[in-house]
Design a protein around this ligand. Structure first.
Ligand code: UD1
Ligand code: UDP
Length: 365
């Protein structure tokens, strides 16, 4: 069968590196990059480093409001799907590229396969939560990464199309862990750091970045904690940090805030593994911190990765200066639990279920 994969954002490239190769062993794949992320070190770097097949299409759509972005993607994807006529369309996660891919496929009566289905933060003020709900609704196959995701899908009446397979990011983590461990001393040396003498910061959520007050609270709280942070700066955040209103807080932070360009997956994971803690609003990084045994503070009111909270490796921290300062000072390790994210064979299970469903059963639509 011919599977069209639609992706566009950094975490989706990492996820595709687990799945695309396996799809191509049993089926043919047409890879469509929407263009949502386009800087070299937000896109091309991952294709090279993780050996992801080249996109067959790059639609070059980025920026704008959410509605504009999805609208432009829908228009171009409609054309591509009508030309390519795939048997199914596969999408990852919860970005605007995920929503656009799923919408156009369902409007063209092409079955949708959603990898990383069923996650819910129950906070509809985040565009990602709305994207997750809509994409799960129109999907034919839902691949859940966690037991909680399965429960969420059951509650929404989707049990029949749900498969618990584990997390494809855990597949990738296990594949690269030895390389990451080897790279750790190299990256620590390269940046002139001491193991556990620094922490890693990433911020890119619209609510934390575009709302200047929140971004300032974050920087002030972290600065007042006295810790040193290495901060690979996401392009959304870089644009806003260049505004004059951040000059003072950045000056106060001084050399304890090392702003660097976003890193490739292996360098980044090596950096995190040598760090004392992670402070982030990323989705994927909350899990990776747990996988690496590094405590995490998440600058959000809710998370879709609730297991990381239950194991106490992750804590939600409101975006208030004092709360952030105190949380950094009191950060603690959690408890280890096994198999939270599966057996590192999620991608294999996904491709096997796809083959079973579409090539053997013929009862899917
Ligand atoms: C998007 C996803 C978010 C995901 C994140 C991963 C949505 C709604 N959001 O957020 O769920 O966690 O990706 O990183 O889909 N930009 C560049 N160069 C790039 C990438 C982005 O300059 O390579 C600029 C864009 O032009 C835009 C801004 O950064 O102005 C934000 O990018 P966008 O993709 O819209 O949202 P993210 O914050 O990256
Ligand atoms: N990541 C990376 N380089 C960086 C920052 C993050 O490779 O400089 C990886 C990180 O290890 C994780 C993924 O990017 O696998 C998370 O992406 P992001 O935080 O952009 O998106 P989210 O997970 O929040 O959707």
């Amino acid at each position: 069968m011919k599977i069209m994969t639609v992706l566009g954002a950094r975490p989706q490239f990492i996820k595709a590196s687990a799945v695309s190769g396996l799809i191509r062993k049993q089926h043919s794949e047409c890879l469509v990059h929407t263009g949502q992320h386009f800087d070299f070190n937000m896109s091309e770097l991952f294709f090279r480093e993780l050996n992801i097949p080249r996109p067959d299409y790059d639609l070059g759509i980025s920026g704008g409001t959410h509605a504009e972005q999805v609208g432009f993607m829908v228009r171009k994807l409609d054309k591509v799907m009508q030309e390519e006529k795939p048997d199914a369309v596969l999408v990852y996660g919860d970005t605007n590229s995920t929503l656009a891919g799923a919408l156009v496929a369902s409007q063209n009566k092409i079955p949708v396969i959603h990898v990383e289905a069923g996650l819910r933060s129950f906070d509809r003020s985040m565009p990602e939560e709305v994207n997750r709900i809509l994409v799960d609704c129109v999907s034919t196959l839902l691949f859940a990464p966690t037991a909680q995701a399965v429960k969420n899908l059951e509650q929404e009446g989707f049990s029949k199309k749900t498969h618990l397979v584990g997390d494809v990011m855990y597949d990738i983590f296990c594949r690269f862990e030895p390389v990451v461990r080897e790279r750790k001393p190299v990256i620590i040396h390269q940046w002139g750091l001491k193991e556990k003498g620094y922490s890693v910061l990433t911020i890119h959520r619209q609510g934390n970045v575009d709302k200047r007050k929140n971004l300032r609270n974050i920087l002030e709280g972290l600065s007042q904690s006295g810790e040193m942070f290495v901060f690979p700066v996401h392009p959304r955040t870089k644009n806003i940090l260049s505004e004059i209103i951040f000059d003072n807080v950045l000056k106060e932070f001084g050399p304890r805030l090392r702003r660097i360009d976003p890193l490739g997956y292996i360098d980044f994971m090596a950096l995190v593994s040598g760090g004392k803690m992670v402070v982030t609003d990323s989705g994927g990084l909350q899990k990776e911190a747990y996988m690496l045994g590094v405590p995490c503070l998440t600058l959000r009111d809710s998370t879709e990765w609730v297991e990381t909270i239950k194991t106490k490796w992750n804590r939600l921290v409101p975006v208030e200066t004092d709360q952030i300062r105190m949380s950094v000072k009191n950060v603690k390790k959690g408890k280890r639990f096994s198999r939270l994210y599966g057996d590192a064979n999620a991608a294999e299970k996904i491709v096997n279920v796809i083959t079973e469903t579409f090539c053997h059963e013929n009862t899917y639509y």
